[in-house]
Design a protein around this ligand. Sequence first.
Ligand code: C5P
Length: 402
Amino acid sequence: MDDKRILLIIGGGIAAFKSLLLIRILAKRGIKTTTIVTKGGQEFVTPLSIGALSGEKVFTELFSLSDEAEMGHIELSRSADLIVVAPATADLIAKAAHGLANDLASTTLLATDKRVLFAPAMNVRMWEHPATQRNIETLRENHALFIGPDEGDMACGEFGFGRMSEPEAIAQRIEKILADATALDDLQPKPLKGKHILITAGPTREPIDKVRYLSNHSSGKQGYAIARACAALGAHVTLVSGPVSMAAPEHVNLVRVETARDMLTACEAALPAHVFIAVAAVADWRPAESHTSKLKIDKHNIPPMELQENPDILHTIAHAKNRPELVIGFAAETDNVLDYARGKLAKKNCDIIVANDVSGDVMGGDENAMIIVTKNDIDKWPMMGKQKAAEKLAKRIAEILN
Ligand code: C5P
């Protein structure tokens, strides 16, 4: 098994010596091991012996200038395919369950987005204590994996469950997990799997002539964040985007357009969809006439510009024969935010209007305070990062659809 790497966290227990064997077994099978050993762990095994067996640097300190320079603790938490905590003491399990982060091991467990396999080892009474069992339950809910503990004689002279699983068994389990891509897949549940979500984002550009256009300050950040958040929950996302300076989000089908009319055509072509989210700041008007060459400047004869109304994409899709089952519009207003939002809900045939006050620097900024307006309800969310708000909205969509 080449190119696979685990991050082993060795906790403070007598079973720590077995983790040295584990490192050897894994090395023989081509699995590399980076190790963190806790202060307690160092009472039983030394960084020197671990390093000699793994052939890699061993990390011990959270606030180590040299370690941080080499590989920061956040990077450490993400550099492996799998994290293995062996022995997982009652203390490490409790910290991980509660999100404590006061040393390198616990900080790493809190910062990781990788699967974690715990191999518990402790006295049988500690294992059976309701506090430990509650912590195990919490970790399971957070998608942690467990091996053991086994039943048998313990170093403390008692008999029962609490022995760390044998290194060979742990190694086999590690190999099995590493071979299973879905087990290693990111840990989020995928409640939007099988759903097609169509999203508009960014501004539109309405040409005046070959080089000039009408547009607005929309950055596309919120729409792109929503696209990412929906894709992360397993949705098939089509993102129809006006001109913005962002790269295509991963796992999203991006369709780039310029004008409102192009945006509508692209949206209609992307139907059917389960959900339509109109985040784009579509230009309301376009020059009635657009010139194919650059207009010449004539100070004494400024050309009049007649404007024509653009199609309302949200209104059109929300009244389409194949209307998505959930239609969400945005209402960016500078005053009377809620009144306008309620009005738009009915006028545009939406199920939800996400209202936001753009009198500050929401437009183009990184934060947003969304107000979720439905026919019978108003839910005000606090100011938060646009990605965070997007994730909250994606979760709400999943709840509604399911
Ligand atoms: O009417 P107003 O522009 O405030 O409505 C905002 C909502 O309508 C947003 O969801 C926006 O994406 C959508 N919209 C649209 N097409 C337009 C104008 C607005 O889809 N031409």
